[in-house]
Design a protein around this ligand. Structure first.
Ligand SMILES: [Zn+2]
Length: 193
């Protein structure tokens, strides 16, 4: 078992995320702790960097700037799309997340911010773009990653035996994950939270 958090270590943490107003935006408390793979962009860079070198049982407070978090807000990221640009059975509501394929085949998430009968306004900015992220974190467990986890770039559950299907794009929004964590082909089901 690894002693400290370093690249390729599977890390399990409890965390609470608040904004600068002290509002709780997300928390693992009362839910499952978060398990991620260090060094693979599973979580925002500012938090990943702050956790490097830490040990099980340590607690820390980390304030992450937008640049090291979900990015600065780009006003050009808001677009109006016709409703028929979405699948007929799409659940359209404010806050709904979709994956959109760009001209160069890059797949990016976008969020519905406003809608009426004909037009859907989507924002390519993460809902937490522009926010300073204040994390209170406790390190719960460390373990070595399996070869499979390293090749996928993410852990398969806290114990390494979880399964996943990677169809959970719309299942998580503003949590501690990075945005590049699950565009792979994996043939197992997986529990992210
Ligand atoms: Zn996988």
């Amino acid at each position: 078992m690894p002693d400290i958090i370093a690249a390729n270590v599977v890390v399990t943490i409890e965390y609470t995320l608040t904004n600068n107003e002290g509002e709780v935006l997300d928390s693992s408390v009362g839910d499952e702790p978060l398990t991620y793979l260090q060094g693979h962009g599973n979580i925002v860079p500012g938090l990943e960097n702050a956790l490097a070198g830490k040990r099980v049982g340590e607690s820390l407070k980390v304030s992450v700037s937008p640049e090291e978090g979900y990015g600065v807000r780009d006003p050009a990221g808001v677009r109006a799309l016709p409703r028929n640009a979405f699948p007929a059975d799409a659940e359209l509501a404010i806050g709904s997340q979709f994956m959109a394929e760009l001209e160069d085949d890059e797949v990016v998430p976008l969020w519905v911010v406003e809608l009426d009968d004909e037009t859907i306004h989507v924002d390519m900015n993460h809902p937490l773009a522009g926010e300073t992220l204040n994390f209170q974190v406790e390190i719960v467990e460390l373990r070595d990653a399996s070869a499979e986890e390293l090749s996928h770039g993410h852990p398969h559950g806290r114990d390494g035996h979880g399964h996943h299907g990677h169809d959970d794009h719309d299942g998580h929004d503003h949590d501690a994950h990075g945005e590049h964590d699950d565009h792979h082909d994996c043939d197992h089901d997986h529990h992210k939270h």
